[in-house]
Design a protein around this ligand. Structure first.
Ligand code: SF4
Length: 344
C-alpha cells in the first residue's frame, strides 16, 4: 500500500441517516457510525446488502443529507461547504459505482464521458489538450488510446469499470469512494480491477473507501476493515488482524464463507452458517441487532445492545462476549465497561 500519512482526510462522527417509510416507520439505514480515513490508506467497509454501507458512502459524499452527526473532509464539515470549497470537494472526492452498465451512458463516446469532469472543473482548455489527457488516462487504466472514439456499449463489464475509473481519475481526485466496484463482475475480472486500484494507489497516493459485500477481495486491498450490520459498525481493525482474529460472531461467519485457495485447508475449514435474513432496519428492537442470528447469543444480548469498544489495541467490536482492553480483554459471559468508541 501507499505510505499512509497521519492526516485525517475523511472523518465521520456519529453519523446517522434515517429515512421515513410509510406513515410512522423510520428506516435507520446508518445508525451512529464513526470512523476516519487517513491520507493514503484504504478503509474497507463490508456487510450484506441492506446493511447501510452504500447509504453511508453516499452521505459522506453529500449525496444525502445526514440526519445527525458530521462528515469532515480535511477538517471541514461537508454539509457547510459552499462555492469554491464545494467545487474543490466535488473534484477531490470521486465515486466509482457498482454497476458499470448503469453508471455510464451507453450512447456516449468514451472521450465525452472522461472529458465531462475535466471540462466542468476547467482542467483542460483545448480540444487537443483534452484528447491527450484522455489517451493517457485510458492507457493508465489498461485500455487503448484508440478506445476513446468508441461507444460504451461496445465494451465488456470489466472494460466499462476501467472507463469508470478513468473518468474518476480525470479530475485528479484524492479520495475515491468505491461502491462495490467489483460485485457485478466475473471473479477473474474482479482481481484485475482490484490490482489496478492497488497500482493506482501506489502511483498516485490515492485514498480509498472500498465497499463490498464479502471479505474475499476487501482483505487484499484494505489497510483497515470495518464490518457493518444493520446500519452499525460491529467490528473494525487492521485488515490482517481482522482476518486472522475476528472477534464478532458476524465477522467470524462472513470470514468462514471466504474460500481458501489451498484445497486441503479449504476442506478442513469449519463453516459458520448465517441463519435467517438480515432483519428489517425499520424500528429494530432493543438488544443486540445480531441476536436472532447469532450462534453465541446469551440472555443479556436479548435486551442490552452492545457498544463498540476497544478489545485489543486498535481492534474494536460490539459484542457482549468481550471486555474493553483496559479491563483485560477476553471472552466473558457478560458485558462491562461499555462506552461508545470513536474508531480511527
Ligand atoms: Fe452474539 Fe450477543 Fe455478541 Fe450480539 S452481543 S454478537 S448476540 S454474543
Amino acid at each position: 500500500m501507499y505510505t499512509i500519512m497521519e492526516e485525517r482526510l475523511l472523518e465521520v462522527r456519529h453519523l446517522k441517516k434515517y429515512f421515513k417509510t410509510g406513515k410512522n416507520g423510520i428506516l435507520k439505514a446508518v445508525d451512529d457510525v464513526s470512523f476516519c480515513i487517513r491520507k493514503g490508506e484504504t478503509l474497507g467497509i463490508v456487510g450484506e446488502s441492506g446493511c447501510g454501507k452504500t447509504t453511508c458512502a453516499r452521505t459522506c459524499m453529500g449525496i444525502y443529507d445526514a440526519t445527525e452527526g458530521e462528515v469532515l473532509y480535511k477538517g471541514r464539515n461537508v454539509s457547510g461547504l459552499r462555492g469554491k470549497e464545494r467545487q474543490r470537494f466535488t473534484k477531490e472526492v470521486q465515486m466509482i459505482f457498482q454497476d458499470p452498465y448503469a453508471s455510464l451512458d451507453p450512447r456516449m463516446k468514451v472521450r465525452d464521458i472522461i472529458a465531462e469532469g475535466m471540462l466542468a472543473h476547467k482542467m483542460a482548455d483545448s480540444g487537443r489538450q483534452c484528447a491527450d489527457r484522455i489517451k493517457e488516462l485510458l492507457t493508465t487504466v489498461g485500455l487503448l488510446a484508440g478506445h476513446m472514439d468508441r461507444y460504451v456499449h461496445e465494451f465488456s463489464g470489466g472494460q466499462r469499470q476501467r472507463i469508470g475509473i478513468a473518468r474518476a481519475l480525470a479530475v485528479e481526485p484524492e479520495l475515491l469512494v468505491c461502491d462495490e466496484p467489483i460485485s457485478a463482475l466475473d471473479v477473474s475480472i474482479q482481481a484485475q480491477i482490484v490490482n489496478l486500484l492497488i497500482k493506482l494507489q501506489k502511483e498516485r497516493g490515492l485514498t480509498y473507501m472500498f465497499i463490498a459485500h464479502d471479505l474475499s477481495m476487501v482483505k487484499y486491498i484494505s489497510d483497515r476493515t470495518a464490518v457493518m450490520y444493520l446500519g452499525k459498525i460491529v467490528e473494525t481493525a487492521g485488515a490482517d488482524v481482522l482476518c486472522r482474529n475476528p472477534k464478532h460472531p458476524y465477522t467470524q461467519a462472513l470470514l468462514s464463507a471466504v474460500p481458501i485457495p489451498d484445497p486441503e485447508a479449504e476442506a478442513g475449514k469449519k463453516r459458520i452458517p448465517l441463519e435467517g435474513e438480515l432483519p428489517s432496519p425499520i424500528g429494530p428492537g432493543s438488544g443486540c441487532p445480531f441476536f436472532g442470528r447469532c450462534p453465541r447469543a446469551m440472555e443479556l444480548c436479548r435486551y442490552e445492545e452492545p457498544k463498540l469498544r476497544e478489545v485489543e489495541k486498535g481492534h474494536f467490536t460490539a459484542c457482549h462476549l468481550y471486555k474493553e482492553e483496559s479491563d483485560s480483554a477476553g471472552p466473558v459471559p457478560g458485558g462491562a465497561g461499555l462506552r461508545s468508541g470513536n474508531v480511527g
